[in-house]
Design a protein around this ligand. Sequence first.
Ligand code: PLP
Length: 396
Amino acid sequence: MLAKRLATLAPSATLAVQARAKELKRQGIDVISFGAGEPDFDTPQRVKDAAMEAMRQGQTKYTEVGGIPELRAAVCAKFKCDNGLGYEPADILISCGAKHTLYNIAVALLDPGDEVIVPAPYWVSYPEQVRLLGAVPVFVPTREATGFDLDPDSIASAVTAKTKLIVLNSPNNPTGAVFSPATLEAVARIAVERKLLVVSDECYEALTFEGRHVSIASYGPEIKARTIVVNTCSKAYAMTGWRIGFAAGPRAIVKAMTDVQSQVTSNPSSIAQWAAVEALSGPQDEVAKMAGEFDRRRRLIIDGLNALPGVSCVMPKGAFYAFANVSGLFGKRRQGGAPLTGSADVASFLLDDARVAVVPGADFGSDAHIRMSYATSAPLIREGLTRMAAALKTLG
Ligand SMILES: Cc1ncc(COP(=O)(O)O)c(C=O)c1O
């Protein structure tokens, strides 16, 4: 009955963990969830006020498919101010979250059989979206020893006559890597020389704690003309539910993406768009406050993880995830049970025996790891680590 393309579609693993943890909570079981991919802060009041004002003013109708001019202008100002990138409103598309932006890009650019280079570990939706269109994700590993930085040589070796796109994500979900300027510049050279397009997912830009966020599109006009920069209001402004993501790129590609969107969803919510204008254009103090809090939690969780036997974790430089190596636990046995053999086993063990929810790294392309979001309070992080330590002592 279902289309053949559904045969390989994996539902979002991260959303599945959240759902399982929520279900256990509903049953009265006290689970600490490190599964969330969203800030635990509330949307700033000024943003909510802007949405209410928009409704009061009757901004409740269809808008331009690509977004209201005020928001596209605010996005242009953001790219200029934060990234030194000059765009005009016609180079911008507003969509229902960056996930939707990325899917618009995939529909607009990918034919069956096209290859897309995806550095691994990767965010779960990249390969799934690529496969849905009959294109082929080609995974290029990054190494833990370099803090999961990009490896330009491996990327160059993965390019074939079928390669169309390279997808970059810095700061990175799940590893927390902030790609170094030198590797980004090297990848920019590869893309220009081999005539490839680049999708640069910069959704966690505001949460860069070490190093400097640089958009690959800022390495000159040639790479800018081949790059689609993707960003979102979700993470910087704690607006995951409002569903506003945006892209900037070559006008012909942005127009094609807009045409796709015009047939699939039309404009994102008019009210959320007005809220996003305020988010991007108003005072930015809450962003720095949130980032400061995430930075404190980052140190707390990484120090705690590194103190656990059989667990190690490189210090993430951005985003809000710890990508902990748990391969030191493989071969150990649960009481009366089988040995742990992979990240899914470790995640089930932690949920059952520590009442702690984490996401198996296998879903992000590394079975040696688990992903823990530290978008949760410091006391809960401490309690979660204490529970993990107690559960690990029971392994034989
Ligand atoms: C790397 C990355 N890109 C894009 C998104 C999508 O964000 P949204 O659709 O909420 O804008 C996420 C969300 O978790 C993400 O982690």
